[in-house]
Design a binder for this molecule. Sequence first.
Ligand SMILES: [Zn+2]
Length: 109
Amino acid sequence: MAEPVKHARKVPGNKALRVRNMREEIGLIKNFPKSQRLIVIAKVSAVVLLAIALEGIATQNWPQFVVFAILTLIVGIYPMKVKVQICPRCGSELLRGAAICKVCGVPTL
Ligand SMILES: [Zn+2]
């Protein structure tokens, strides 16, 4: 007579899954070497600065546009300048131009 209600069930775990992925990503960023984390921060802030610069165009606030466009360029170029070398053996951060890892003594390319 009465059919069992099947379609009322919700798909569980979707939100929790997303939160967990976010946490994993944050954990990943935390595990980055320091200068690599700085690069991530620089990239994110470059996007924010660009958004503010574009807002300056939209509101015809030219000083705001000029200032934040310049800041975007500076911050956006920074990650390219800082090239992080990582030791192939122990994974620790190497100083720029360092020929030998200071942690494990392995020569680098
Ligand atoms: Zn090493």
